[in-house]
Design a protein around this ligand. Structure first.
Ligand SMILES: NC(=O)c1ccc[n+]([C@@H]2O[C@H](COP(=O)([O-])OP(=O)(O)OC[C@H]3O[C@@H](n4cnc5c(N)ncnc54)[C@H](OP(=O)(O)O)[C@@H]3O)[C@@H](O)[C@H]2O)c1
Length: 274
């Protein structure tokens, strides 16, 4: 039986992927922060395991990784969806900007933290669902936590780009057999709008008639989990390949961000130990 771990597997495209993989016979581990949503997915089958964790916390993410490692020695697929919009700059208890922590750092920790379990599988794959192919936005190298100037869209674009670079760096440096897929689903009829100001929520709801249904957006993800690509790194913007030579996938930037992330995590570990 294939084992699939899904961060943000309780709602939207993550939940859609969970249901589709259940139909294909997988055992699925869903991570989310809301226990009620967790109970709802757990009720679908005894092959669903819900692990509650606030993935904007490094400590909580490390804890959930440890739980997975203890219970599942082999993982075939890791699919990364968890994200939430933060209209105002929010700082976590660990001193990190929330979007950076949740949308990027949790995916970095899960990708690297579950490496051994992925490498124990025959054809392991990681699918990181973000915004590959988007050229707007940038990494704020001197201010990753956006302390000097914050905007919700800017924070989303930065963390999305950081995920692009995570994929590049993982494929280059991790030594893992897991194939890494970066996927931009395009505008989809999913997404928790509850944190948004009412006016923006209304605009997005009105525009959602043009959005794709979840089933359509997740179709390639479900197939990559079934049959991982042969290349170490694949980038797809709504089914269209993103050339790996694209500036947003620059290997030097990927290395630089990987190093900065390792340093940041080491500082955090030292602080938490003191
Ligand atoms: N929808 C679109 O149009 C679109 C377009 C391009 C890219 N994307 C990207 O696709 C991915 C999935 O989007 P979606 O629309 O499917 O999202 P969604 O419906 O809002 O689902 C988000 C998932 O993340 C979980 N989550 C949020 N905060 C969490 C936290 N602190 N800790 C643990 N889990 C948390 C949620 O569970 P809980 O509520 O239980 O925490 C939920 O399962 C995102 O990365 C998004 O940026 C979406």
């Amino acid at each position: 039986m294939r084992v699939t771990v899904i961060s943000g597997g309780t709602d939207g495209m993550g939940r859609g992927t969970l249901e589709a993989r259940l139909r294909r016979g997988d055992e699925v581990i869903a991570i989310g922060s809301n226990p009620a949503k967790g109970q709802a997915v757990q009720a679908l089958s005894d092959r669903v395991h819900f692990l509650q964790a606030d993935l904007s916390s490094v400590a909580a993410t490390r804890k959930v990784i440890d739980t997975i490692k203890e219970r599942w020695p082999k993982i075939d697929a890791l699919a990364l969806f968890a994200n939430r919009q933060s209209p105002k700059r929010t700082v976590t208890a660990e001193g990190l900007e929330q979007t950076f922590a949740l949308y990027y750092l949790s995916r970095y920790l899960l990708s690297h933290g579950l490496r051994e379990q992925l490498d124990a599988a025959e054809r392991p794959v990681i699918v990181n669902v973000a915004g590959v192919g988007i050229t707007k936005g940038s990494i704020h190298w001197d201010d990753l936590q956006l302390a000097q100037k914050y905007g919700m869209v800017d924070a989303q674009l930065q963390a999305g780009r950081a995920n692009d670079l995570l994929g590049v760096d993982f494929a280059e440096r991790s030594g893992s057999r897991a194939r890494y897929v970066l996927y931009h689903p395009g505008f989809t009829r999913s997404g928790d709008l509850s944190t948004m100001p009412a006016a923006i929520r209304g605009l997005i709801r009105a525009a959602s008639v043009f959005a794709k249904p979840v089933e359509k957006s997740i179709h390639p993800i479900v197939e990559w989990i079934e049959k991982p690509p042969s290349d170490a790194l694949t980038a797809s913007n709504q089914g269209k390949p993103v050339p790996l030579s694209t500036k947003t996938l620059d290997p030097a930037d990927a290395r630089r961000l990987g190093t900065m992330t390792d340093e940041l995590l080491a500082r955090l570990t030292a602080d938490q130990g003191s």
